[in-house]
Unconditional design. Structure first.
Ligand code: URA
Length: 275
């Protein structure tokens, strides 16, 4: 038996949006890894989404699986959605179609009008006259992007609950930048997400029981949730959506690292060893 799968972008307006995706003429390859292609979304495009998640930019797992928020950040978000009773009725897009390259590159393009124009077409398609009731933005770039869209659609924006959350990998980025420790930044992320949980739950139509138990300040089993099969393209192996890390940038220097994503079948998916 095969898995359910994401049917992709065959219907309008998404087919047209994919055809119109800007490339290196808009996303400067000095600042974006355009060579890995645009990664558009994850979740429902059939009008059944009730929450929109606006992330930042795709990373390694997303470049391979061709869906956004599939790796560590995505599993953390999937856990957050589960807490407010959402298992499949969401849709996710990123602030940027391509992975950000280099220090500060994301900030440089935070208000780029060409990037915003294209992104706003996706947000219009997903939010205007739609049953979405809440928007979750991940990090300051996503919050800024959402604010730019809201200025163009004030009537729709006024009907939506906006939960402006810290980015799910804030602990790693802040501690890597030397601003704080991983432990303190994880506690700060959890405090931030806890502060939004109740209001978010009040503004979404839960499909499953809510589990509003707050985050504990350190990750616990169950805080990360597997990506549902119907979010990935047909034929995606199960381990692409598992909690294992299976993709990494590797290389001896910056150029080889930019050119290389190493994909490794996780130990527990090495089924050939069992036959
Ligand atoms: N992957 C994404 O697609 N978006 C993020 O914001 C982070 C990781």
């Amino acid at each position: 038996m095969g898995n359910p799968f994401c049917p992709g972008y065959a219907s309008e307006p998404f087919a047209g949006l994919v055809l119109d995706a800007p490339g290196a003429e808009v996303f400067n390859p000095k600042h974006f890894r355009t060579e890995w292609g645009p990664v558009f979304h994850r979740g429902r495009l059939d009008g059944t989404a009730r929450v929109l998640v606006l992330g930042q930019d795709p990373a390694e797992h997303e470049a391979i699986s061709r869906r956004i928020l599939v790796g560590e950040a995505g599993q953390r978000v999937q856990g957050l959605l589960a807490k407010v009773g959402l298992t499949t009725s969401y849709v996710m897009v990123n602030t940027y179609l391509y992975s950000v390259y280099g220090q500060g590159s994301g900030n440089k393009h935070a208000k780029d009008p060409d990037i915003a124009r294209y992104r706003n077409r996706w947000l219009d398609a997903l939010l205007v006259d739609s049953p979405v009731t809440a928007v979750v933005t991940l990090g300051t770039l996503a919050s800024t992007a959402y604010g730019l869209w809201a200025l163009t659609q004030p009537a729709t924006a006024a009907t939506l609950h906006h939960a402006a959350l810290k980015h799910p990998t804030f602990p790693e980025s802040a501690s890597h930048a030397g601003d704080t420790t991983l432990k303190a930044a994880t506690a700060a992320l959890h405090a931030d997400w806890n502060a939004h949980l109740t209001a978010l739950a009040e503004h979404v139509h839960a499909e499953a029981e809510t589990q509003l138990e707050p985050y504990a300040g350190q990750w616990r089993p169950g805080d990360r949730v597997e990506i549902p099969a119907q979010d990935l393209p047909a034929g995606a192996p199960d381990w692409w959506r598992s909690l294992d890390t299976w993709a990494d940038r590797t290389g001896a220097d910056a150029n080889s690292k930019r050119a290389t994503i190493t994909v490794t079948v996780p130990k527990r998916a090495r089924t050939w060893l069992e036959v």
